[in-house]
Ligand binder design. Sequence first.
Ligand SMILES: NC(=O)c1ccc[n+]([C@@H]2O[C@H](COP(=O)([O-])OP(=O)(O)OC[C@H]3O[C@@H](n4cnc5c(N)ncnc54)[C@H](O)[C@@H]3O)[C@@H](O)[C@H]2O)c1
Length: 370
Amino acid sequence: MATQSRRLKLALVGLGRLGAIRARILTSQQPRIELVAACDTKPGSEEWAAANLPPSVKFFADPEDCMKNSDAEAVLISTATATHASLIIMGLELGLHVMCEKPISVDVITTEEVLAKAASKPDLKFLVPFCRRYDESYRAAKLMVEGGSLGEIHAVETTCLDQQDPSGFFVTFSAQSGGIFLDMGVHDIDIGRYFLDVKSGIANHKKQVNRVIAMGQQAVYGDLAKYGDCDNGWGMVEFANGKVLTTHLGRTLTNGFESTTRVCGTKAHSIVNGNSVVNRVEVRDSYGVRMATTADAFILYEKSFLNDLDEFAAAVLDNKPLTCNPDDAYEAAKICTALQYSFRNGVPVYFDDNGLPIMEPVEPAKVNGH
Ligand SMILES: NC(=O)c1ccc[n+]([C@@H]2O[C@H](COP(=O)([O-])OP(=O)(O)OC[C@H]3O[C@@H](n4cnc5c(N)ncnc54)[C@H](O)[C@@H]3O)[C@@H](O)[C@H]2O)c1
């Protein structure tokens, strides 16, 4: 059939850590997508593209040139977070379908501007994929939730703990990342919203959250205090329907990467990634019984990077529905911004009837990270 054989012409903008994985998946594991162009502003990227991508993929050093002149009908933005909003708007204005890595922006107002632009282009697909929603284990847990075998889901508890990076790269990166609650926590907030059915049981659909509170420490990386950031943060969210989400985010784990989600129901709990082991091999030696831990999130969610591209292609080519709506990115961004504010200022943050976090402008002296 014509629709089945047509391939989506896509440009990939950003060839960094994640962009390189995307490029590999796009060129070898996406039968419905044709990667027509790749772009990165970093010196040396053209050489990287020549060595790693098929010759049919045209390289551009400028994103606007790429979006205008590559013959692409869609763009995947995988650049640094601070550039997402302007590149999304550029893509939509040029008539391209847009998929962009999370988050849209580190501030709520910019996120709103991007969503307004996307809403003004209803014929263009816009996807910000939260990778856990595309992971098969989370999908299996979601099926259990929907099937009712866990009873009523009243709470979700998550941990997302990165392996300690001795180079401390993320300390200076913190200035642009928006802080741990936004950069890392957005996945945990999203997966909590996904399981907690936060739009049900509320009269005012704009107001999904009552209040949040966050605490944090600089347990290893003291310099994070300069950026109002922490290396271990705890957040609690009380949704307007009474359901509760708690999360522990960390960057100091020494054994590897761990990311666990406990879905608490009245009949049963389900736990995803209770033990983040690399395989089923144990070593039994003078230290006891040991198993190797997953090194990072990329290994755990490899398949989800394939599934979200698949879904994006089906949305554009066949008008199939998307798992993540722009509103999901907006709601998660508001909660994360409120958590970061709560941690920085040592106060709970309440949400108003329009669903916006009530936050006073931050005085520099108060951004102390304690
Ligand atoms: N699970 C997930 O959903 C997930 C995982 C990792 C990263 N991310 C997100 O993906 C994005 C990229 O992360 P990363 O770790 O690959 O970052 P990175 O710094 O390794 O790569 C970003 C690349 O974008 C390029 N770039 C920056 N501005 C550009 C511009 N205007 N035009 C073209 N190229 C530009 C940089 O030169 C760099 O090569 C981030 O926003 C991050 O939050 C999402």
